[in-house]
Design a protein. Structure first.
Length: 335
């Protein structure tokens, strides 16, 4: 077993998942302002530190994806954030892309940037305590999208990123996200997601990336959020599994789904059913941002000093998702 493979397995062992706390300052500002909290560096850190020091971290969270600002901050106890995460029994990771920009040659599509200077940044993050990284490619579905150009360009960038990350002894999370925005059917989502994931693995193999030392972070197969033809959670689970079985090489140790605009309960229920029907060798877990944090954030915003109450809500959500990663969740447990 390679070192990278053992890190990937440690992050996702025993139903543990990943807390995606890598919102950029701009995104975090939107989230905080939506709940009427001022977005200062202190408040952003305060909320995140409350989650990172919650007891649920030790039991349910195998990895935390950080943002550049956060990985360099100190906790209230004066230890670095990666150290705080490590002390809770979890592993610190870092988002390393610099965001999606307009794709030249395709008006309505985006390419993720951040390869310039990446090797140097990775060395710095590694020294700060990061053991894994994240890079997100985004694709939208319409009659003409995602285009071959978008599929190829983003897959190429994800592969170059992954190769540099492994060179620096870290595990790359490969995140090709086919967005749920739109009125497309689940069938279209299935077809486009399959095409996107297959292209990503073609490029990863060309770039000599060790597939045993990555984590795939895909979307689930869903109908577009404006579609009149929504499908049941059972269908989501079965289509998602079928898509991944046909697109992902068996060497990949684990798949950590993104929640991608689903509500907290939907993201948990769908993950539970995916695991109920999972007949593959892949670990199927979660890498959620909003679907782990939203209720805790709303609660916290009413009194930012209520640490215990906020942690209780976060612990519950993390526990529900870990149960779902073991196919042991049910709606009754939510109360």
């Amino acid at each position: 077993m390679t070192e990278l493979n053992s890190i990937a397995l440690k992050i996702l062992q025993n139903g543990k998942g990943i807390l995606a706390a890598d919102e950029s300052t701009a995104t975090m500002t939107k989230r905080l302002e939506a709940v009427k909290v001022s977005s200062t560096a202190e408040n952003r850190l305060l909320f995140r530190e409350i989650l990172f020091s919650a007891s649920g971290m030790t039991e349910f969270i195998g990895g935390v994806i950080l943002y550049d600002e956060t990985i360099k901050q100190e906790s209230s106890k004066k230890n670095r954030i990666p150290e705080l995460i490590s002390n809770m029994g979890s592993i610190a990771g870092i988002k390393v892309d610099t965001g999606a920009k307009k794709l030249a040659g395709s008006e309505n599509e985006r390419i993720t940037e951040g390869l310039d200077g990446l090797r140097e940044r990775l060395n710095e993050y590694y020294k700060l305590g990061a053991k894994f990284t994240k890079w997100r490619g985004v694709y939208n579905i319409s009659k003409s999208h995602p285009s071959k150009l978008s599929i190829h360009s983003n897959a190429h960038a994800l592969a170059r990123y992954s190769s540099l990350v492994q060179e620096c002894n870290m595990v790359p999370i490969v995140e090709p996200e086919v967005l749920m925005d739109g009125d497309h059917s689940a069938k279209e989502c299935y077809e486009k997601t399959s095409e996107v994931i297959k292209k990503c693995f073609e490029e990863l193999i060309i770039h000599k990336v060790d597939l045993k030392g990555i984590i795939l972070k895909p979307n689930m197969i869903l109908a577009g959020n404006k579609s009149k033809n929504q499908i049941s959670s059972e269908q989501v689970a079965k289509l998602t599994l079928e898509c991944l079985k046909n697109s992902v090489p068996s060497e990949v140790p684990g798949i950590a789904f993104l929640s991608g605009g689903q509500s907290e309960i939907e993201a948990t229920e769908n993950l539970n059913l995916i695991n109920k029907y999972n007949d593959t060798s892949f670990i199927m877990s979660y890498s959620y941002g909003r679907a782990l944090q939203q209720t805790a954030l709303k609660f916290w915003s009413k009194d930012i000093n209520n640490i215990e109450g906020t942690q209780k809500i976060f612990n519950h959500r993390a526990k529900m998702n870990t149960l779902a990663a073991k196919a042991k969740w049910s709606k009754e447990l939510e109360n």
